[in-house]
Design a binder for this molecule. Sequence first.
Ligand SMILES: Nc1ncnc2c1ncn2[C@@H]1O[C@H](COP(=O)(O)OP(=O)(O)OP(=O)(O)O)[C@@H](O)[C@H]1O
Ligand SMILES: [Mg+2]
Length: 347
Amino acid sequence: MSSEARVPGLIQRAADRARSDGGASLVEKAAQRIAATGMPPPAAASAAPAPAAPTPAAPAVVPAPSGVETPPAPAPRPAAADDPRPPVSGRPAAPSADGGRRGGIVQIDQVRLQLAGCIVPAGERTQIVEEFRLIKRPLLLKAFATDDQRTRNGNLIMVTSARPGEGKSHTAVNLAMSMVSEHDLNVLLVDADMHNTSEHSSMGMLGVTAEKGLLNVVADPSTDLADVLKRTDIPNLTLLPAGTDVMNPTELLASNRMGQLVEELAERYPDRVIIIDTPPVLATSEPSVLAMHVGQLLFVVEAEKTSQKAIESALTLLGGCQNINLVLNKAKMEAGGDRFGAYSYYY
Ligand SMILES: Nc1ncnc2c1ncn2[C@@H]1O[C@H](COP(=O)(O)OP(=O)(O)OP(=O)(O)O)[C@@H](O)[C@H]1O
Ligand SMILES: [Mg+2]
């Protein structure tokens, strides 16, 4: 089915669901589901029983495809027992012989990350670790599926949302951190949001500053990607910052060249998960262009904030991607509590 035909279908289903729930928005419905049960939606529960969680109200729920076992998750663990990919051999456990000279080795500020309530590799098994463990599993299954389950550019995962501040960068960073905890999995985190250079950008959250990046490669084809990639002191995490100092950055990020570059990333690093943090769909044109090139999309919905209309409008613009997953972010985990969580489900 074409994406054009499918997305209105998605929206129709969203609208039907909302109507059948007395007009509640998608967000309200999901939040009610969490509040009422603290459990996965029924389909998810039957597909993959949730692993033991630190509290009974563990909110992160993703239905894993049937037939996939859900082992407990000691953290850290030496190998990803639920990782569908063939083992990757020969990957250096430390920076390469060039000493990261081309892009330099950057230090990830893990203390800052932890203080911000984010996941750090080899950190404790907290609730957010559990949430993202469940969010990442189906993404990994699809990223490295074989045969008829294979998705084009499945290892390219774009994170976006309808409007600013809904938690895209927070989600992208946590997803990356959760994935690098799988020691045999290489992750490339791409900051494709040149509109946000604050400490809340994905690079800002990691404590990383960089002058050159994605934009520079898009603007100047003679710039080698390898020259702007940043190896990090987390051996299996590489960063591609947004980049600066180019003319017409918005046009560049929405250009064909950008699409080609993203495809090139998927081809060049087929054994790597490439997570792309983007600006909001309803504010900029880049996400809808990128959506045509990525294999998977994580659409962040802010609990009690993102309206159904915004979700529908954004999903229409993201019709180029066949695999859209919703993440309900900032859902209050307990009445009167100040903890937010992320809860994901297929759409
Ligand atoms: N699950 C969460 N728990 C606690 N805080 C969160 C959560 N998700 C996001 N935040 C906070 O909300 C704010 C906005 O999040 P973030 O910067 O990730 O949003 P964004 O969608 O990337 O915004 P922008 O569109 O401006 O780039 C940040 O202060 C972030 O730390
Ligand atoms: Mg952001």
